[in-house]
Design a binder for this molecule. Structure first.
Ligand SMILES: [Zn+2]
Length: 113
């Protein structure tokens, strides 16, 4: 389950950020996850609580913002929303799509005290 590994790296980032801001604890984290990032949100939530135990982010609230996947359709010459990779263009049905968004994962907001 690579969600645990993701949580470990989030923990590292949180500890670094909290130290930078001389914070004693992390109250809330908002993660932005693209639909194509290959992350199981439920598994990530579970892993988060487990991994943060004993750290300054223990008990922190985790908010997850799923961002839609977008692709550029060559025949249409425009950006379209897709549900998953290899989906056809919702407008013209073409498969000549270039994924342009939805693969990213980042920490959007961080609240510390
Ligand atoms: Zn199209």
């Amino acid at each position: 389950m690579h969600e645990m590994a993701i949580c470990e790296s989030i923990r590292g980032i949180l500890e670094e950020e909290a130290a930078k801001q001389s914070a004693a604890r992390v109250d809330r984290v908002c993660l932005e996850i693209g639909r194509l990032a290959g992350v199981e949100v439920e598994a990530l939530k579970f892993g988060f609580d487990v991994v943060m135990r004993g750290s300054l982010a223990e008990g922190a609230r985790l908010d997850i913002l799923e961002t839609e996947a977008r692709a550029w359709c060559m025949p249409c010459g425009r950006s379209v929303a897709i549900a998953q990779r290899y989906d056809p263009c919702p407008v013209c049905g073409s498969h000549q799509l270039q994924v342009t968004g939805g693969e990213e994962m980042r920490i959007k907001e961080l609240e510390v005290s």
